[in-house]
Each structure stands twice: as C-alpha cells, then as structure tokens.
Ligand binder design. Sequence first.
Ligand code: LRH
Length: 492
Amino acid sequence: GGVASYVGVDLGAESGRVLLGELEGDRFSVREVHRFANVPVRLPDGLHWDILHIYRQVLEGVSKALRAASGEVRSLGVDSWAVDYGLLDSRCALISNPYHYRDARTEGMMERAFERLPRSEIFRRTGIQFMPINTLYQLLAEASHPEISLAQHFLMIPDLLNFWLTGVMASEYTNATTTQLFSARDRAWDLELIELMGIPSRIFGEVVAPGTRLGTLRDEVGRELGAHGQLEVVAVASHDTASAVVAVPAESDSFAYISSGTWSLVGTELAEPLLDEPALRYNFTNEGGYGGTVRFLRNVMGLWIVQECRRAWEREGEVLDYDALMAEAGRAQGMVAFIDPDAPEFLRPGDMPSRVVDFCRRTGQRPPSTRGEVVRCVLESLALKYRWVVERLVEVTGREVSALHVVGGGSRNALLCQYTADALGMEVIAGPVEATALGNIAVQALGGHDLREIRQVIRGSVSLRSYEPSPERGLWEEGYQRFLSILQHTEE
Ligand code: LRH
C-alpha cells in the first residue's frame, strides 16, 4: 500500500534500540522492535565498549524490524553517541576494542594539546567546546600506543557499523564535527591541526553529508538477516544529537532545545558558526547539523549523574525502580543544596552519591542525606544549569528564545521538565521521546527536503506535553541566586 518502511538503529551510552519507522502519507510512526543494554567493560588497559556485542544486537534488531515491517523496507540508518571511534589496520580489521569516552586515559590531555596549539586557536579552527572526552584528547592519549602505527583508517562508531554492514567506509559529517579535529570553516578534516597534535592524518578518510546513500548490505549480512532484495544503508545524521535536533518540533526559527538523555544538550540552531571570544568563554560548541545548519549548544552532564547514583545504590544491594526513585525525589525537601552538574568530578563512573555530598560540603552547603534528597538536588541543579546556559545562549547569539523544546528520553521525566519550566520561568514543550529515532528515519525518508518541511511532518506525527512554570517565581529566583554563587567555584 502507501506505507514506506525504514529501520533506525539508535545507540546510546546506556542502551541500544532498533526502531521501525513507517511513513504513511505525511505521518510518521515509529515503534521499538529491539532494545539491549549497552554495558561498558573495564579491562586492565581501560574502559571499553563491547562493540561486537553491539554489532550482534544491531543485526538481531534489524532482522526483527524486517520481519515486523508492513511494507517493503527501503533503507536502514545508524546513529550513536559522539566522539568514540575504532581504528582499522591495512586489512581493514579492527585493531582494538574501542574505548569508552569516560576512560581516564584522557586526563591531562587538554593541557598537553594546549602546549601544541593554544586553546583559543583550537576553538577558532574547530568551533568545538572543550571537554576531555573529545576525540582529539582520546587520540592524543593514544598517539604513543603501538596500535596507532598500525592504524590506516579512523571510523566513528556509526561509520564502523556501516562499514561492517556494507563494506563501504565513510565519515559522516555531523559526527565528524564532534571530534574537535574538523575545520568549522572548511567543513573538512583539519589535517594541519591533526598533524600538529602528533596524530597521523592518513587515517582520516572521505567525509559524506547526512542523507548520503552508502550502499547495500554485504551479501553475507543480507543472507544472515533474511533481507529479501537489496537493503540500502543511508548515512543519516549519525551523531544522535544531530538526529534529535532534526526532530525538534519547532515552528519558528528562534527556538532553544534540550536534547535530554545521558547528557543534556542545551542549545539552538544557527546558519553559521560562532567562533569568537564570547562563545569560547562560555564553552559553547558549534557542531555540524543536518542541511548545513550549526548546532550551537553546550553539553550539560545530564541524567548520567542520576543513572550513576542508581547504580551505586544498586551495588549496595537495593533494587530500584526509576519511577519510584523520581517519586522519592518529588517528595523530598526542595532547594536544600545545589551542585554544578558540570564539575569535573561528575564525569567519570564511580560513587556518585558520595561525590554529590562532597561537592555540597566543599561549597559550604548542608548535604542531602536521603536518596530522594540526592536525586532532588541533582534534578534541581540540572534545571538551574539549563537556565544559566540559556541566558548565556541569548547573550552570545543576540537572539531571544521564543520556545523551549525538551526532546529525547529525558522529556519523559515529568519532575525534570517541571523544574526546567520553573527555573527558566518559561513554558517547556516536551516531546517527542523518540526524537533521535524520528530524526534518523526522517533523514532516510525525506532527505532532500528542507528542515522546515521535515519538522512539519514530525509535528503532525507526535503528541507533545506542555509544562507551565509554577507561580512561585520567588522561590526559584532565590534558588538561582544561590546556585550562581555555587557556580563561582566551577564556572568563571
Ligand atoms: C549524546 C552525545 C552527546 C555527546 C556525547 C558523547 O548521546 O552524543 O551529544 O557530546 O554523547
């Protein structure tokens, strides 16, 4: 009939999902057909992704999607979290297991990079915010490892999976920009910067725009999946956040978004990068977006802190239901203490509840004492940090924010959405939860259309929820003033 089906593979740092997307007329529907936990593995040499497990789960999910589709499946696209990669040798074999971006080998690497090229110059060239997780600092740490001399090809996670699926190697643009090795002006690898860092430039290959058709499945993959006919693989906006931003159901141009999941990506869309001092000062990033747009945003640590708290409590033997934990937070006393979620101690895995308590002590606050209070403190602090970022966003771009959209898994968190509306004193438009998968599938189905048209189709396909700020402005205003004084310990 009139149904066109597409498969979206969406890999997050906590879980991977395979979704079946169907476009009927101008309405999208997506449903999850497969989900698996993405659990990193700690080896003597560091924290790694279990990439073969991920690949096998992708195959299983795609095979399920092919069986679940009501029409012929037109194509398949893969997106994932940014900055991580695999290195291939001259036989195109993966040299070692990809590292997790939270691995500690990047410690001290930003400082080492700045000795080779000043911080301001790195920003002027790449437009990318400074985070130790960036590919630049990962590769700098590995520049002395033996495997780098064997490396012939650098592929980011979705590019690597696309290669295994199709046999075609390409670097998709949106994800390539997140490496901090990519020129914001030339829209190409910054080979000069790469060489200056002692990273071999030979490993960086062809860059393709999101929407590029890469090729069909390798024969043996097609047979294994029971794919009838030739299934095409499309390089979608393969950075998950880029796909999520495609699916922001915005009507105007002057919107801000929070792509909310493990990270909270708080930003807006621009036509050109902002590479000047103010953007550098507040550590904003100019990541490449679909259709030549710029994702001007800042990473906020996000629900990672809560996820990691939950894991710590579970190690103590508790079995915790996420919703029940949120309910405890909702009942706990509010506005007791705040953290800066972006303080460096919250980046790496570990005993997060103790780190929250230590941060509060160190900054002269009464620390939270129950689980509910800890989660409450983290959620309120996230909401206040969003306000801080949005205020700086307005200052740096010189544009007012007319609508605030929260998309992604975190848009399901009613408490966080309400605190966000309260902290900013603005309506929050929440949804879609599956923004990343929708953006992935939309680029496959509607590639060639401009973003405004794509967003119109998305808007017509999803239902959204609105959160209005509570009338108690004074409480949140006073909280924000206290939060700002806490930030003095961390942000400038
Ligand atoms: C979100 C995300 C984010 C990156 C981080 C590594 O999943 O892709 O945009 O900064 O993971």
